[in-house]
Design a protein around this ligand. Structure first.
Ligand code: UD1
Ligand code: UDP
Length: 354
C-alpha cells in the first residue's frame, strides 16, 4: 500500500517518526513536508536526530497569514497527491498543514486517516480547534489517542472508522528515553542539576500575540525565585523582542532545542510551565508537575489525575502554582502501551487486504 504522510510543523515530525519506522515495514511510505516550519531548529534537526528519511517532497510554503498559508499548501499538496496517487493519506494533529492535507485528500477522494483525532479544547478562537474539527469530519479513519477523544467524536456523530490505538507521542518518548541521557549534554552544558530548575515553553497566539498576556507571564517568571530554562519558539522570541521585555538573569532564554535535549530538560525539571499540547503530555509521561498557561486543555486526563494545573496567563495564579503545586497521585497509563504506531500501520495493512 502506498501511504502518504503530510507533515509541516515541529510536533508533526515527532509524531511521524515512530509511524515512519512502522509504516516502512509494511507499506511504501511517502513523506510530504509542507514547509510550514523551515528553520533548522524547527525542522531539519528532528529529521536528523530521529532518523526520519529526507521528505520525498518539501513544498516550501513557509510563514504567512492563516488563509494564505493554508491556501498555498492546499494548491501544492493537491498537485503532489494528484501525481503520486497514494492509497491512503495520513495527517497528524491540528496545524494548518493538517487541514490543508485533509482538504486536498478529501477533494481528490483519497482515503484519509487522521492521527490524533478527536481532541477538543471547545475554544473556537484557537486556530487548531477549527483545523481539528474540520479534519475529523473529513476523515475516513480516525486514530484517537485517548478515550476522551473517542467520546468527543461520538458527541459529534462520528462513530465509524474510529479507533483508540494509543498515542504516537508516547511511542516516540519510549523509543528515545533510553538514549536521552547518553546523547544529550544539555544539562551539563547549562550547569543544571536535576530538579533544580523550571522549564518553560510558550507559543500559543493567545499568549504570544496579546502583549498583556505575554507581559503577565513574563512578569510572573521574573518574580519566581528559581532558575528558569526557556527554549523559545521563534514566534515567542519575536514577540518578546517586540514588546521590549527585559527578562531577569534567572530566566535563560534559548533557541528552540532538539527533541532529545527537550526530553532531557523535561525529565529533569522540577516543574514545567507550558502552553504546548505535546509538552503537557510529556510532563505526564515523566511524572513532572505541569502548570499549563491556558484556561483549557485537550488533554483533560492530565488535569483529572491531578498532574496538570490550568492557570491561564494570570500572574498571581502562575506564581502561586509554582510555589504550591506538588502533585503526588497515581499516573494511570492513559496514552496506550507504546505500540500505537505499530497498530496503526497494521490496521492500514488489514484494510488494504480486505
Ligand atoms: C504552529 C501550529 C500550532 C503548533 C505549532 C507547533 C497552526 C495554525 N499552528 O504554530 O498548532 O502548536 O506550530 O510548534 O498551524 N517561524 C519561524 N521559523 C519557522 C517557523 C515559524 O521563524 O521555522 C515564525 C514565523 O514568524 C511565523 C511564526 O513563527 O510567522 C508562526 O509560525 P506558524 O507555523 O504560522 O505557527 P506556529 O506558531 O509555529
Ligand atoms: N519540543 C522540542 N524542542 C523545543 C520545544 C518543544 O523538541 O524547543 C518538542 C516537545 O518535546 C514536543 C513537541 O516539540 O515533543 C511539542 O511541539 P510544540 O510545543 O511546538 O507544539 P504543540 O505540541 O503545542 O502542537
Amino acid at each position: 500500500m502506498k501511504v502518504a504522510s503530510i507533515v509541516g510543523a515541529r510536533p508533526q515530525f515527532i509524531k511521524a517518526a515512530p509511524l515512519d519506522r512502522e509504516l516502512r515495514k509494511l507499506h511504501n511510505h511517502l513523506l510530504i513536508h509542507s514547509g510550514q516550519h523551515y528553520d533548522y531548529a524547527m525542522s531539519a534537526v528532528f529529521f536528523e536526530q530521529l532518523g526520519i528519511p529526507e521528505p520525498d517532497y518539501n513544498l516550501g510554503v513557509g510563514s504567512a497569514s492563516h488563509g494564505r498559508q493554508t491556501g498555498e499548501m492546499l494548491i501544492r499538496i493537491e498537485e503532489t497527491l494528484s501525481q503520486e496517487k497514494p492509497d491512503c493519506v495520513l495527517v497528524y494533529g491540528d496545524t494548518n498543514s493538517t487541514l490543508a492535507g485533509a482538504l486536498a485528500a478529501a477533494k481528490l477522494h483519497l482515503p484519509l486517516a487522521h492521527v490524533e483525532a478527536g481532541l477538543r479544547s471547545f475554544n473556537r478562537r484557537m486556530p487548531e480547534e477549527t483545523n481539528r474539527v474540520l479534519t475529523d469530519h473529513m476523515a475516513d479513519l480516525l486514530f484517537c489517542p485517548t478515550e476522551t477523544a473517542r467520546h468527543n467524536l461520538a458527541r459529534e456523530g462520528i462513530t465509524e472508522g474510529v479507533f483508540n490505538l494509543g498515542d504516537v507521542m508516547y511511542d516516540a518518548v519510549l523509543h528515545s528515553s533510553d538514549i536521552v541521557d547518553r546523547k544529550s549534554r544539555i544539562l551539563s552544558s547549562l550547569h543544571l542539576q536535576p530538579r533544580s530548575y523550571l522549564l518553560v515553553t510558550i507559543h500559543r497566539p493567545g499568549n504570544t500575540d496579546d502583549p498583556q498576556s505575554l507581559s503577565n507571564i513574563l512578569a510572573a517568571l521574573g518574580e519566581v525565585d528559581e532558575k528558569i530554562i526557556f527554549p523559545a519558539h521563534p514566534r515567542t522570541s519575536q514577540a518578546i523582542a517586540q514588546i521590549g521585555y527585559q527578562l531577569p538573569s534567572t530566566v535563560k532564554l534559548l533557541e528552540p532545542v532538539s527533541y532529545l535535549e527537550m526530553l532531557a530538560l523535561e525529565r529533569n525539571a522540577r516543574l514545567i510551565l507550558t502552553d504546548s499540547g505535546g509538552v503537557q503530555k510529556e510532563a505526564y509521561f515523566f511524572g513532572v508537575p505541569c502548570v499549563t498557561l491556558r484556561e483549557e486543555t485537550e488533554w483533560v486526563e492530565t488535569t483529572d489525575t491531578g498532574w496538570n494545573l490550568l492557570v491561564g496567563a494570570s500572574k498571581p495564579r502562575i506564581i502561586r502554582a509554582v510555589q504550591e503545586f506538588r502533585p503526588q497521585g497515581e499516573r494511570p497509563q492513559i496514552f496506550g502501551d507504546g505500540k500505537a504506531s505499530q497498530k496503526i500501520a497494521q490496521h492500514l495493512a488489514s484494510i488494504a487486504r480486505s
